[in-house]
Design a protein around this ligand. Structure first.
Ligand code: FAD
Length: 476
């Protein structure tokens, strides 16, 4: 009988084990996507997510047509639709690549149970390099610190990527599909997606092209390049990995192949890139073992922490109107393009949780709604890392100074100028902390503070002290 391949965040033909193994059987294959925002515990997608998903599904459906198949789309509770499709086509097997967050795991288990013994369910590893069960400390627990995790996994290795199927056999009839355009995933009134559209091309082909470009042109300078927010020198694979348009196995494999061919790629560069891909795995393992990562502090000492509630400050942060140019540039890059440079994510995260003393969950939610790469494992783990409540976290008392960070990582102010146009004529010496600048210098650049650009909503020194005082109370 036919095999239903339930596609989730793995919108690709290449190195998609569930799809490849189904194709190899020679049996008819029915690729299915269910947009499930209704099952218990599942998070609704953010606005930027929906934009990406729409285009990525369009591209994936077209790739499937290219190999003689057809994508079935359903929206609603995954279990109901999967069972319905299995029955409609008389499938005798269901294949999918594993998921690791608690809600998805519950759904996947419930589907398997409900299908009973007549339908064979096969799970594959497609989206992280190392299965959570396969990486254990000496005492049999899971790693809570990255470095030993990295050390452990770098000694084990993993499978090679699999080729895309050349063709998929059709069933007698494809099941009834909904139409993508009826899902209304794209924003209309207002359509805020212009900046996102300018920067990104979703889909598997674009993902592969970006990976090649990164390996060919950027990898050799990745060590220095990744520390420059204004430069386009990182892989920008994060949304592609998030939606599974490219597999981490493929990314790793391709980068390694370049590094072994090209003497100009330093060992340190390829090692750092691998370590970043493994951070992603590490976050997934934390989520798998500590399922409440999105809601609860990993370090429960922070449960008694006295966060501030300030809708006004939160709004200023979200809109990029805090008066700290590097913070505002980051928040506006996020809003305009659906993405933010890693260094700046750390700066804005520290600013929210420490200078403003607003709890990390607020920041995590905002990122979730606005990032194209908003990922249930990495977003929650990294926010906890920044806030100090996470596993292997930045200690709470290490509070980023937004001015010195800005001077160090955006010395000429190029990043600030790109996203905070009202400061574009302010000279480099004044752009990191305009409130300290000579009024004449600002006037010459056409800026009156408090009118064209806000005064700081908090004094960094005072905010820092307030945060340290709050920390003293839970420090124990
Ligand atoms: P590169 O430097 O080219 O790295 C290659 C890949 O490695 C990335 O695509 C990503 O998949 C992975 N990676 C790199 N850094 C990390 C990291 N620290 N943790 C996990 N994986 C990493 N990343 C997300 O993918 N989704 C998120 O929702 C997310 N939220 C974040 C929130 C905060 C507060 C912070 C500080 C970081 C967050 N990150 C998140 C991690 C990181 O900022 C992005 O993965 C990175 O900026 C993506 O750019 P890139 O693809 O060019 O990265």
């Amino acid at each position: 009988g036919p095999i239903v391949v339930w596609i989730r965040d793995d919108l690709r033909l290449d190195d998609n084990p569930a799809l490849a193994h189904a194709a190899e059987t020679g049996r008819p294959v029915v690729p299915l996507v269910v947009l499930d925002e209704d099952s218990a515990g599942v998070r609704a997608l953010g606005g930027a997510h929906k934009w990406w998903l729409h285009h990525s599904l369009e591209s994936f459906a077209s790739s499937l047509r290219g190999i003689g198949s057809e994508l079935t789309l359903r929206r609603g509770k995954a279990k109901d639709h999967v069972l319905d499709v299995v029955e409609a086509v008389g499938a005798t097997a269901l294949f999918f690549n594993r998921r690791y967050d608690p809600a998805s795991r519950r759904i996947d288990d419930a589907v398997e149970t409900a299908l009973g013994e007549d339908v064979e369910v096969e799970r594959f590893t497609g989206n992280i390099l190392h299965e959570p069960e396969a990486v254990q400390t000496k005492s049999g627990g899971y790693y809570k610190v990255y470095t030993p995790f990295w050390k452990n996994v770098s000694e084990t290795g993993f499978r090679d990527p699999m080729d895309p199927p050349k063709g998929l056999k059709q069933p007698d009839d494809f099941p009834k599909s909904e139409r993508l355009k009826d899902w209304n995933l794209l924003p209309t009134k207002p359509d805020w997606s212009g900046g996102i559209q300018d920067l990104w091309t979703p889909g598997e082909t674009a993902a592969q092209e970006r990976l090649e470009h990164f390996c060919d042109d950027l990898l050799q300078d990745y060590e220095a390049g990744r520390e420059k927010p204004f430069a386009d020198e990182t892989s920008r694979l994060s949304p592609r990995l998030r939606w599974g348009e490219i597999s981490p196995f493929r990314a790793w494999h391709t980068a390694n192949a370049y590094a072994s061919r090209r003497k100009t790629i330093p060992d340190a560069a390829i090692r750092t890139f691998r370590q970043e891909l493994v951070w992603r795995d590490f976050n997934y393992h934390l989520l798998y073992h500590f399922g409440r990562l999105e809601a609860d502090n990993f370090n429960d000492r922070f449960d008694g922490f006295s966060w501030r509630r300030s809708p006004k400050d939160l709004k200023a942060w979200q809109k990029g109107l805090t008066g700290y140019p590097i913070v505002d540039a980051g928040m506006r890059q996020l809003w305009q393009t659906g993405w933010m440079h890693n260094r700046v994510r750390m700066i804005v995260g520290s600013f929210l949780t420490k200078d403003l003393l607003i709890q990390w969950q607020e920041g995590e939610r905002w990122f979730w709604d606005t990032l194209v790469d908003g990922d249930i494992a990495s977003n929650t783990a990294q926010w906890q890392w920044v806030a100090g409540s996470g596993a292997d976290a930045q200690p709470f008392f290490r509070i980023f100074n937004p001015i010195t960070q800005s001077e160090k990582f955006d010395p000429e102010g190029a990043y600030i100028r790109a996203f905070v146009p009202e400061l574009k004529d302010v000279p480099a010496e004044a752009i990191h902390a305009p409130w300290e600048a000579d009024e004449k210098v600002l006037a010459k650049a056409g800026v009156t503070l408090g009118k064209d650009y806000p005064k700081p909503i908090v004094d960094h020194g005072e905010g820092r002290q307030r945060a340290l005082d709050a920390y003293q109370k839970v420090k124990g």
